[in-house]
Design a protein around this ligand. Structure first.
Ligand SMILES: *Cc1c(COP(=O)(O)O)cnc(C)c1O
Length: 360
């Protein structure tokens, strides 16, 4: 039996995708072998690579002057890749960041392995429950780029309006890519680890304006080098073939459901229902300021923190998994990615309601 899976990531995949992968597992499209057991140089795998890129381009309306790369190393690999691929260090450029929470901070930390990194604004003092007002962002003249985390998966804050900047904008979209339309041409680079909204872990997506490829002046490991990846169609070495294949099936699924506009509508409805319930019920608290609340990740707390463990155990027994908050913050978190259906959210709300009643 499939449970209601609200985990932060690796996250639930659409059942139709799992079913199709399962059907094709022993015999991939008449080859008599699985997709994991054929050469990534074969015509069959080349087709997966080409079709997946084409599907993502259609879904996100990616302009022709952008390259679409499928690197390994997850989003964390991209934390390093953006610095090494983009910064002209000899010219004294520095990478700049808006610090909105855990993942933004991790990006800064990675950048600092290679030199200076500047935080242009931070909501740390507000407990990362909001996004610093863009009018306060203090971007220095020697900025190589400005990095934003479009959705903070752990803190549950999201840019509801897309940011803009005079310098090259770089966006970590790991946990909200394909959840709604993103205006690609605003950004120099958009990247995402796959395991929230795109597929299994092991692969990332990087969408980069072609004119920025080769901009940086330091050596880049081949597997993270945008130029090498573009030249080799993301096969500078053996790619994670299975993860890539599943990501392609997820893209097909999003298209067949009607694309990102349909996802956005569904996601808004799921999130509004859940926040609406939490706001009305005294037992639960969502602490994020309403205008910054993420539609993908809904962290909340029980009024009595000490009951969290009992709550999570009861939830598991009732068929809900992955509700524990990230280990860095505790509490509860419901992740509402594209694959999470309205019925699961409604079932969760019913459960929350019953648990609250039983607690009285
Ligand atoms: C999960 C996540 C990451 C880290 O992804 P990895 O693929 O594990 O490196 C980075 N940023 C955001 C916003 C995330 O949600």
């Amino acid at each position: 039996m499939r449970v209601h899976n609200f985990t932060g990531g690796p996250a639930a995949l659409p059942e139709a995708v799992l079913q199709r992968a399962s059907n094709e597992l022993m015999d991939f499209r008449g080859m008599g072998a699985s997709v994991m057991e054929i050469s990534h140089r074969s015509a069959e795998f080349s087709r997966i690579a080409e079709d997946s890129e084409a599907a993502l381009r259609r879904l996100m309306d990616i302009p022709d002057d952008y390259a679409v790369l499928f690197p390994q190393g997850g989003a964390t690999g991209q934390f390093a890749a953006i610095v090494l691929n983009l910064v002209k260090s000899e010219a004294g450029e520095v990478p700049c960041y808006v610090d909105t929470g855990y993942w933004a901070s991790r990006a800064v930390k990675e950048a600092k392995r290679y030199g200076e990194a500047v935080i242009v604004a931070s909501s740390e003092a507000q407990g990362y429950r909001e996004i610093p007002d863009p009018s306060t962002w203090n971007v220095p003249d020697n900025a190589a780029f400005l990095h934003v985390t479009l959705n903070e998966t752990i803190g549950g804050v999201e840019f509801r309006d897309e940011p803009s900047s005079d310098v090259i904008l770089v966006a970590d979209a790991s946990s909200n890519i394909l959840s709604k339309a993103i205006n690609v041409s605003r950004y120099g680079v958009i990247y995402a680890g796959a395991q929230k909204n795109l597929g299994p872990s092991g692969i990332a997506v990087t969408i980069v304006r072609k004119s920025l490829i080769g901009r940086g002046d330091r050596p880049v490991p081949t597997v993270l080098d945008y130029a090498a990846l573009e030249a080799a169609r993301s096969m500078a070495n053996t790619p994670p073939v299975f993860a890539w294949y599943i990501a392609g099936l997820v893209f097909d699924w999003v298209e067949s459901e009607g694309g990102v506009e349909v996802m956005a509508k569904r996601n808004a409805r799921k999130a509004e229902r859940l926040y609406g319930f939490l706001d009305e019920n005294d037992l639960y608290q969502s602490k994020v300021a309403p205008q910054f609340r993420s539609r993908m990740n809904v962290p909340f707390n029980l009024q009595e923190e000490s009951r969290t463990k009992a709550f999570l155990a009861a939830a598991r027994d009732a068929g809900f998994i992955g509700l524990e908050g990230h280990r860095s913050v505790g509490g509860v978190r419901a992740s509402l990615y594209n694959a999470i259906r309205q019925e699961s959210v409604d079932a969760l709300i019913d459960f929350l309601d019953e648990f609250a009643a039983s607690a009285l």
